[in-house]
Design a protein around this ligand. Sequence first.
Ligand code: NAD
Ligand code: IPM
Ligand code: MN
Length: 345
Amino acid sequence: MSVAGGGAHIVVLPGDGIGPEVMAAARRLLDELGAFEVEEQLVGGASIDAHGTPLTDDVLAACRAADAVLLGAVGGPRWDSRGPGSPRPEQGLLGLRKGMELFANLRPVRPIPALLDASPLRRERIEGTDLLVVRELTGGIYFGDSGRRGDEAFDTCVYSVTEIERIAEVAFSLARRRVTSVDKANVLETSRLWRETVERVAAAHEEVDLDHMLVDNAAMQLVARPSAFDVILTENMFGDILSDEAAMLTGSIGMLPSASVGAGGPGVFEPVHGSAPDIAGTGRANPLAMFGSVAMMLRYGLDRERDAARIESALDRALEGGLRTPDLGGSASTEEATRAVLANL
Ligand code: NAD
Ligand code: IPM
Ligand code: MN
């Protein structure tokens, strides 16, 4: 999956809302680094409008054939209320993850020193936080049987031992000292299977400590003692929710990047945030989560560690120089933020 040097083939999927805005900014960063072959394709609502489906077979095939995929965000009110059975933008994202077997979503939460006072949490709480959410991405309630039955609706949460083992292996391989496995084993059978299976995987990784935490407590501990965590290993929906919460440790959801990887094929690199319909079209989107995702793509998807580090230090320096988009309490536009980062590259 990795390509040393230049010439890598990247499929970019801007998507909807602020997705195309932050993607345009990311492409300027890629232009600056040079030597990428970039292919733009539709996903989400944009693909529904053009083709009636949020992910075409051709786009999935193009993503599978790429060296890496960069995604903006999908979704928006325009496609939300079209009645049951109508295609939804989010299905495109889920189809991409499933179709590319991206079972591991890595969401690093490392507050940048310049932003320690941009968080609603006090600096002393946040200092020293350097955690990684390892979120299972192709199973659980997102992919179980669901539907309507008379006046009822249902979504089913299913996990197999194999699915739990492979995501637990990822977590233990990335942990430096501790894996905190987050579940709801006091209520859910899938969580009890999760716990048993994670225990077994842990036995082969004696150098890493394991503890278990119930998800409600984990949500509280994340804001009470975030620096105590190393790797948080959790199932699909808990990981979705906890990572948005953890984003506030960095000051804004507009700061958090992610990598979705799996069975060895190309990864999808995407900010954690969504299409932000409330600010789409205003030029106020923070492009830094997207830039961080470009850095993760360079590091994990394309084996270009030096370029990844260059981007990350440009982000740090731009923020040290006072760059603040509105989500961070400032007034810099997407354009100004992009220029500030490019100037520090
Ligand atoms: P959201 O992440 O889009 O927005 C939540 C809040 O954070 C909003 O106030 C928004 O303005 C702000 N925000 C998000 N990203 C920002 C950025 N880069 N800069 C500044 N502010 C930012 O979540 P939502 O409003 O719950 O969802 C909106 C749509 O996005 C929904 O259709 C949802 O399904 C979709 N969504 C997509 C993805 C994805 O494509 N990966 C992720 C999450 C949500
Ligand atoms: C995310 C998003 C997606 C998810 C939605 C849009 C399907 O919230 O990537 O975090 O829930 O996984
Ligand atoms: Mn989410």
